[in-house]
Design a protein around this ligand. Structure first.
Ligand code: ARE
Ligand code: CA
Length: 497
């Protein structure tokens, strides 16, 4: 369950949060396929509660396992999966198996009624016996209070959400049927939401009943790729290594340590041995990110510490490191615009849902000629610095990190074998001269003239941005001014004049 089934050397996933399925199909064909992305994480696809104001997080309150959201219906979903697979791009679905809605009642996105107080979900159907109650959850109000208590975390309610009794055969079977339905349609795998709140053995038992992937698109005997949301920063919490045998885990320590470094709380030079030596799980067990649908608005992490689209220079630099380093499977967040207003350490608009017309229909994405999107959609995955680093990773392949250099502080550079080279400058101390990265360095690259793919593309055999000359020994004059638009430069053998 830890193989993403990418096609060729592709190796990066992007989360197109709440995009419509038709738009994702278009994006696979016109952009993701051609630019070398390996897959898309799609927001939960099953029927969920319709809440006042349509917050993004209503997608995390399931009402049934019918495929129908504002992104589209089952037919549109199927068409998207077909188109993306054909374009060489895999689809991973965010699955919410831990719970159903909170204690409200109303309608779901496929028209099913639900009643969270009576715990009735006729669209599945689930009834009160399918949920954890006082016999299994030790807290008086059935809520999780202590996230480090293993029983409480698994058998009580996460922020009021009705907690499914996955020990029950009936509940398991409904969830197995849902996942198999998605597998048969042709998805490559799943993001498992709130994994820490589900017993590893229950997940194991569910996964053991899953079909092999659809062999219209995958080789025989392929198992779905499953990555688990286990928020573990070390210490007392539930250790994410309880889940590594089930697939991969989202390594939150990667996000935390890299953010800490790029915020200049720790020197870049220490990244030299970043990975398991920092306490992270082995690379093959990890999926990594800088930003996520939660982090961007201060959920599952500290607001102000996280790096989202409103700090583009930092986000690009941190993402570049993620894509240049050889660790885990990287996921690039692609968000939509919201009016971020931070008051008392909280984003007052942390709930704002996707851009819509006046009838509540999600807006389509319309790419501009310069590759960016209409302003409602941020499309980080289309920023030149980011899509070119996806290409960098594709070209670097499995080559090791070589030619590490640092200035003893916040300037670093390294190559990936003899195929690619990156230099990052976040130096804040010293005079202007010290703050600029200006150094003759070993790039590892064969001799020639290379374009810096960060400041511009290679078009008609000319660099639109900066370029360097690499001599016959692999040396070159590398320059990253401290006040430049981007804090890094990157070169690879695919962008040689
Ligand atoms: C919303 C409201 C709540 C309300 C609830 C029910 O915000 O106030 O009680 O609805 O009405 C998302 C949103 C939530 C939202 C929920 C349901 O983020 O705000 O609740 O949808 O609509 C823990 C879990 C982790 C979980 C986070 C949010 O361990 O699994 O909390 N993350 C996933 C998703 C979220 C999603 C859900 C789960 C629910 O990624 O997008 O919630 O499906 C420490 C602990 C962590 C804890 C973290 C919370 O780090 O160690 O375990 O994460 O704090 O910040
Ligand atoms: Ca649970």
């Amino acid at each position: 369950f830890s193989n993403p089934h990418f096609i060729g050397n592709r190796s990066v996933i992007t989360h197109l949060m709440e995009w419509k399925y038709d738009d994702i199909g278009d994006e696979c064909e016109r952009f993701l396929g051609p630019y070398g992305y390996g897959g898309v994480q799609v927001s939960p696809v099953n029927e969920h509660a319709i809440m006042d104001g349509r917050p993004w997080y209503e997608w995390y309150q399931p009402v049934s396992y019918d495929i129908h959201t504002r992104s589209g219906d089952e037919q549109q979903f199927r068409r998207m999966v077909q188109r993306c697979n054909k374009a060489g791009v895999r689809i991973y679905v965010d699955i919410v198996l831990n719970h159903m809605t909170d204690g409200q009642s109303g309608l779901g996105t496929n028209g099913h009624h639900y009643d969270g107080v009576a715990m009735q979900y006729p669209g599945v159907p689930f009834g009160p016996n399918d949920f954890h109650g006082h016999e299994t959850c030790p807290t008086n109000d059935l809520e999780i209070h202590n996230y480090s208590n293993r029983i409480e975390a698994r058998n009580c309610r996460l922020v009021g959400l009705r907690d499914l009794k996955q020990q029950s055969e009936y509940v398991k079977q409904k969830q197995v049927d849902f996942l198999n339905h998605l597998i048969d349609i042709g998805v490559a795998g799943f993001r498992s939401d709130a994994s820490t709140h589900q017993w590893p053995d229950d997940l194991r038992s569910i996964y053991s009943r899953l079909h092999n992937l659809n062999n219209e698109f995958f080789t025989e005997n392929s198992h779905p790729f499953i990555y688990h949301e286990t928020i573990y920063y070390g210490g007392n919490g539930i250790n994410s290594n309880e889940y590594t045998s089930l697939g991969r885990i989202i390594e939150f320590r990667f996000y935390k340590e890299i953010t800490n470094v790029f915020r200049n709380n720790n020197q870049l030079r220490w990244l030299r041995n970043f990975g398991t030596e920092w306490g992270l799980v082995p690379s093959g067990d990890a999926l990594v990110m800088i930003d996520s649908h939660d982090l961007r608005v201060g959920h599952t992490g500290q607001l102000g510490f996280n790096i989202n689209c409103f700090e583009a220079r930092l986000l690009k630099a941190a993402t570049a490191f993620m894509l240049a380093w050889n660790y885990g499977i990287p996921r690039v967040m692609s968000s939509y615009f919201w009016d971020q207003i931070i008051r008392d350490g909280k984003d007052v608009n942390d709930w704002v849902g996707p851009p819509t017309d006046q009838h509540g229909n999600i807006l389509s994405v319309h790419p501009n000629p310069d590759m960016t999107c209409n302003h409602e959609w941020i499309c980080e995955h289309r920023w030149r610095e980011i899509y070119n680093m996806v290409k960098f990773k594709l070209i670097a392949g499995q080559e090791p990190v070589n030619n590490w250099w640092d200035n003893g502080d916040n300037q670093i550079a390294f190559s990936r074998g003899n195929r690619a080279f990156i230099a990052i400058n976040l130096q804040k101390n010293g005079n202007d001269h010290d703050k600029n990265l200006q150094k003759r360095l070993q790039t590892g690259l064969p001799p020639g003239i290379y374009c810096d793919i960060i400041s511009g593309n290679l078009i008609n055999n000319r660099c639109m941005g900066k370029s360097i000359q690499v001599d016959k020994n692999g040396l070159s004059d590398i320059y990253v001014g401290h006040d430049e638009f981007d804090a890094f430069v990157a070169y690879h053998i695919g962008a040689r004049v």
